[in-house]
Write a protein that binds this ligand. Structure first.
Ligand code: WT7
Length: 645
């Protein structure tokens, strides 16, 4: 923190965005947004160019967010067709399978062919414009084809991460009334199969509204089959036409739904629309990564998360880039896998998560140094705050001190980067997300909602003062929840749920969630969801879940459980409760620690004091603060005594 910032390296002196250009464009984006966006919207090909830029109100009684409202376009056209004249034989995707022997490139011409045929298969199954289609897919090219095929015909995809359970999948299918599911027989990760089709079959017992399931034959495993409902993609492709005209879509027509966890209730269906999202994904991909025509861009996320949507599929492909899609895990077959892939495909930009960096760091420098990394010119980080130690290792060892690290802060809700360094514009401070993207106005408020001064070092709750094109438009099917969640804590502003500080030089540092949302290995989970999974077990009377620092995952899941009268804690019950959470939510939510507690710390009005539970889980038992308002201060001592180390 006290170290001098790391200056822009000579290799980025001719970047598109220099320090002067950043200052000029940022200033323009705020002072003259219409002028700024009139230029930026040209990144995208419009069937009809918009005549209006934005119509936005963050007033909770009149909340609406519209960008480029009368524009007409098609996302798949922008990601494929328009590149054909100049880039037909350029790889659009490079697929690297779980096993290192399996990899191939898909050119833009081939992508056109795959997506058109896939679109016609969907139409043949009865998918129409506006229909919701749920994807539960491994990281194979068909996942991208399926997303783009939906976009091509105007269907709305909802991708559900393969690490979610059948119950969780069923909830998401039901919530958006999706009648179509696309999956594969199995996925493979780290040499182990993931039973995707079997999970879909189990989910559909709980979501009977699904009319058709389309499966990719990937591993060739035997799977269950329901005649009339289930279809193989390869069979349906046999007579699928090779051309499919892209559907003209209004800028504000929905493009996709992506479920994400909040501090209360079930996951929310974050809705993104067509024009603003695409402009934002393309613009941020171009600026943050200083995109060059010959880049090989590798974002290691899964398409089940927003990072995969914006920076594997939509942003890179809209820019005509080569995007690498990886099916496996960073540590299989060995801890050098990432670097082997970098060398094999001559990756120029690597975008990964702090949790992966920390996991690799444990294996030391040798696996990194074993491979040629001279192709790399830029590194990115996303998903959670990156600790300076991991940042420095990433920068020094992985990037040989040559490659800037862009620490990109954003959310499912924001569609793309909101605060990030630009590699040619900003000297870097390890651990800082640095400066706002063009058009973004971050600010800090105290807990009462008072704005903190705009100069000097400040720390508080992070809000955004205005809209940007990639902002989510609503919670699918529940607009009131959208308003309540984001625009009611601090009226007139979008509340991010994060805390942040701005240092004396104006750099932004994200300090982490200030609400009851956990970030486990960059995966977002709500404490309320995990608590309700636990109390659904007959032995449990009450549960409280908090996060605690975890060396690799960033945060771990710590559960306090009070048992029903007559139930005794034992190892079997502890395992049963972990299984219960895996069943209700999925392996992504496996608890790290379960502490059986005779009672939870509550105020006299019955409110659980989570602050105290967090401190105990963190092991900071000497700093519990004021416990005098507790109904029974005695519970604290027994909680400390029972702490799981
Ligand atoms: C939350 C959003 C961003 C796409 C993947 C996660 C945390 C994300 C950073 C960062 C510090 C970060 C925030 C945010 N987060 N990126 N660079 N530095 N924190 O999207 O699942 O919607 O989670 O991830 O807490 O609110 P998400």
């Amino acid at each position: 923190m006290t170290d001098a910032p790391i200056p822009v390296p000579a290799s980025f002196k001719d970047a598109r965005i220099t320090p002067e250009r950043y200052a000029e464009l940022y200033q323009r984006s705020i002072a003259d947004p219409d002028g700024f966006w009139c230029e930026e919207l040209k990144r995208v090909d419009w069937i009809r160019a918009p005549s209006q830029i934005s119509d936005v109100s963050f007033d909770r009684d009149d909340l609406h967010i519209r960008w480029f409202e009368d524009g007409v376009l098609n996302v798949a056209w922008n990601c494929i067709d328009r590149h054909l004249p100049a880039r037909a034989s350029k790889p659009a995707l490079i697929w690297e399978g779980d096993h290192p022997s399996r990899h191939h490139a898909i050119t833009y011409a081939q992508l056109y062919d795959h997506v058109c045929r896939f679109s016609n298969v969907l139409k043949g199954l009865g998918v129409r414009k506006g229909d919701r289609v749920t994807l539960y897919m491994p990281m194979i090219p068909e996942a991208a084809y399926a997303m783009l095929a939906c976009a091509r015909i105007g269907a709305v995809h909802s991708v559900v991460f393969g690490g979610f359970s059948p119950e969780a999948l069923a909830g998401r299918i039901r919530d958006c009334e999706s009648a179509f599911v696309i999956t594969a027989d199995e996925g493979v990760r780290g040499g182990k199969p993931v039973p995707l089709k079997a999970n879909v079959d189990a989910a559909l017992e709980l979501a009977p509204g699904v009319k058709a399931v389309l499966s990719v034959r990937h591993t060739g495993a035997d799977v269950g089959w329901v005649e009339g409902r289930d279809h193989w993609l390869h069979e349906r492709l046999l007579d699928a036409d090779a051309h499919c005209a892209p559907e003209p879509m209004n800028a504000e027509d929905p493009l996709f739904i992506l479920y994400t966890s909040g501090s209360t209730g079930k996951p929310k269906g974050v809705l993104h629309t067509t024009g603003g999202y695409l402009v934002w994904a393309a613009m941020t991909h171009a600026y943050t990564f200083d995109h060059r025509e010959d880049d090989v861009f590798w974002c290691t996320a899964d398409v089940g998360w927003v990072t995969g949507h914006s920076y594997i599929v939509y942003g890179p492909l809209a820019n005509g880039a080569t995007s690498l899609m990886f099916e496996g895990v960073p540590t299989w077959p060995g801890p050098d896998r990432i670097w082997e892939v970098v060398a094999k495909h001559k990756v120029t930009v690597l975008y990964t998560a702090p949790t992966a960096i920390r996991a690799l760091m444990r294996f030391g420098d040798e696996p990194v140094r074993a491979h040629d990394r001279s192709s790399l010119r830029l590194l990115g980080s996303v998903g959670e705050p990156i600790n300076p130690e991991a940042w420095r290792w990433y920068h020094q060892v992985c990037g040989e001190g040559r490659c800037p690290v862009v620490d990109t802060w954003w959310q499912t809700e924001t569609g793309g980067h909101l605060i990030t360094p630009l590699p040619g514009a900003h000297a870097l401070k390890p651990g800082s997300a640095s400066f706002p993207m063009f058009g973004v106005r971050p600010a800090l408020v105290d807990n009462e909602g008072n704005r903190l001064p705009e100069t000097g070092a400040q720390e508080g709750n992070l809000v955004l003062l205005g809209s940007w094109p990639g902002q989510m438009r609503t919670v699918y099917g529940d607009h009131q929840r959208f308003i309540d969640t984001y625009f009611s804590t601090y009226p007139g502003m979008y509340f991010t749920g994060d805390g942040a500080r701005r240092d004396a030089d104006g750099y932004w540092w994200i300090t982490g969630r200030v609400d009851d949302v956990l970030n486990i290995s960059g995966h977002r989970l709500g404490t309320a969801e995990i608590e309700s999974a636990l109390v659904a077990h007959e032995a449990v009377s009450e549960a409280a879940v908090v996060g605690y620092p975890h060396d690799i995952k960033g945060q771990g899941i710590y559960c306090y459980v009070t048992l029903a009268a007559g139930r005794e804690p034992d190892a079997a019950l502890e395992k049963a409760l972990k299984d219960q959470v895996r069943k209700e939510i999925g392996p992504v939510a496996s608890p790290d620690a379960i502490q059986f507690a005779p009672g939870l710390p509550k105020t006299r009005s019955g409110k659980i004091m989570r602050r105290i539970l967090r401190k105990i889980a963190e092991g900071e038992t000497g700093a519990l603060g004021d416990t005098s308002t507790l109904a029974d201060p005695g519970v604290v001592d027994s909680l400390i005594a029972g702490r799981k180390g």
